[in-house]
Design a protein around this ligand. Structure first.
Ligand code: GLN
Length: 480
């Protein structure tokens, strides 16, 4: 069951080969066997999933009827714990569904559980979770990437055909690369942020993981679209992305930004990316080198803007309205201070302090305002690039997954890991990670980036590559 594509699952169910209850039972078995090894899930919703599948079998409807899915624990799920992997929300049962959850539900999906992640989506390794680190199915001593590491590991290990994620600075693309699955971060505004716990609102964007671009296309079609409850969601029709997968990329011009292939890119990963680009050429794409001169500003820009927005968004967790409250506060100040000190982990506290600092009177102009200007320059690089090319290809990361613990005490080393994913987030353009090979048994992802709202072109390029290669079909040993 877990080897079938989404289209095959849906078709087999529609043909009566098996029921939604059968599919759900098969995936719950996989979860029984593997989820604890990986620490991929925070919450399991087995009973609700079984009930839901049975109800769908009684009255089948929806484009994805019967499709099991795992949601990143950043998406509110009605009646189900929604923790954002934080002690702060360990006791939070969401009273409503995020729009993404609602839409997928309307399409007929069956929620199997909530995926582990970095606390409040801050991190690149999934080590910043109140519920403990997630393990990479390709090597259990290595990180799965973050912040959507539980979602990526779950799909890689075949615990669900698809999972949702969010990407603020790389949190879908980077774990997809580290776990050898396909992940798409849509254009900012394509997917509603309503009910998605806010980290950095000008950057946060929901997306998905699956085992192929084709599978992602099915899920994204159901997730995307305007939502009047998110003022930044864009009123623009959602195409049926799967119908745009012609597999033909002949004549497409792909730009390789020199800055993404410079010093820092590990040799083995570079070979994998070079081979992937040769494959795109063989499929008929024209490949040209381009310059994106402000790329080196992305890390410093992002690590001002994202913490600034986080410090504002996380002010609501004060121990009064909801979430964690410290025991026996002596006065209001003590209640605020201790609830936040005990409820937030160290990385979240670091971000709040950085954010409050760069927004403070006296430093605002030098940091926050300056970062807004450099963000504009980075977006300008993409405008200029897309005047010349149809798509950008690059690595997702400088190297494959690193060992658990290696960067845990070095926040700067961890932040530098995001160097190739942050620019597209700052510009708001859609990006993907596509499995492209291995270095020492660990997956390497090819990053493809398209102009604003060209998810169809992006998915089609990835699909075309996947028609010609089999990297996306490889399974981690022990999780076949
Ligand atoms: N790794 C980046 C950070 O820690 C990006 C995280 C994300 O995209 N949510 O902020």
């Amino acid at each position: 069951m877990h080897e079938r594509s989404i289209a095959e699952l849906i078709a087999a169910r529609a043909a009566g080969e098996f029921s939604a209850a059968d599919i759900t039972a098969a995936y719950l078995d996989r979860i029984d066997t593997h989820a604890d090894t990986l620490n991929a899930l925070i919450t399991r919703t087995d009973a609700a999933a079984r009930e839901r599948a049975a109800a769908l079998d009684a009255r089948a409807d929806g484009a994805l009827a019967g499709l099991p899915i795992i949601h990143k624990d950043i998406f509110c799920t009605k009646g189900v714990k929604t923790s954002c992997a934080s002690r702060m929300l360990d006791n939070f049962i969401a009273p409503y569904n995020a729009t993404v959850v609602e839409r997928l539900h309307a399409a007929g999906t069956v929620t199997l559980g909530k995926a582990n992640m970095d606390e409040f989506a801050m991190g690149s390794s999934n080590e910043n979770s109140f519920y403990g680190a997630v393990k990479n199915p390709w090597n259990l001593d290595f990180v799965p990437g973050g912040s959507s590491g539980g979602s990526a590991a779950a799909v890689a290990a075949g615990l669900a055909p698809a999972a949702t994620g969010t990407d603020t600075g790389g949190s879908i693309r980077q774990p997809a690369a580290f776990c050898g699955v396909t992940g798409i971060k849509p254009t900012y505004g394509r997917v509603s942020r309503y009910g998605m716990i806010a980290f950095a609102s000008s950057l946060d964007q929901g997306g998905c993981f699956a085992r192929s671009a084709e599978d992602c296309a099915h899920v994204l079609t159901a997730m995307a679209g305007f939502d009047e409850r998110d003022s930044t969601s864009v009123e623009r029709d959602v195409p049926d992305y799967a119908s745009q997968l012609t597999g033909d990329i002949s004549g497409l011009t792909i730009g390789l930004p020199r800055e993404y292939f410079a010093e820092g890119l590990e040799a083995g990963s570079r070979e994998v990316i070079d081979a992937a680009i040769d494959q795109m050429k063989a499929l008929g794409a024209n490949v040209v080198e381009i310059d994106m001169p402000h790329t080196d500003l992305a890390v410093s820009t992002y690590y001002v803007i994202a913490p600034a927005e986080a410090s504002s968004n996380l002010a609501r967790f004060d121990g009064v309205r909801y979430g964690y409250r410290c025991a026996d506060p002596v006065d209001l100040d003590d209640l605020y201070t201790r609830s936040r000190a005990e409820g937030f982990g160290p990385e979240v506290q670091r971000r709040i302090m950085m954010g409050a600092y760069v927004l403070s009177a006296g430093y605002y102009d030098a940091y926050y305002l300056k970062a807004q200007k450099t963000r504009r320059l980075i977006a300008g690089d993409f405008h200029d690039a897309f005047a010349k090319v149809d798509l950008i290809a690059a690595p997702v990361t400088q190297a494959p997954a690193f060992p658990i613990g290696e960067k845990a005490d070095d926040p700067v080393a961890m932040y530098l890991n995001d160097v190739y994913t942050l620019p597209a987030s700052l510009a708001g353009v859609p990006g993907m990670s596509v499995p492209a090979g291995f270095v020492d048994g660990l997956p390497v992802g090819l990053q493809l980036i398209a102009p604003w709202f060209e998810e169809g072109r992006l998915l089609n390029a990835a699909h075309s590559y996947q028609q010609a290669t089999d990297w996306h079909t490889r399974r981690p040993p022990g999780f076949e």
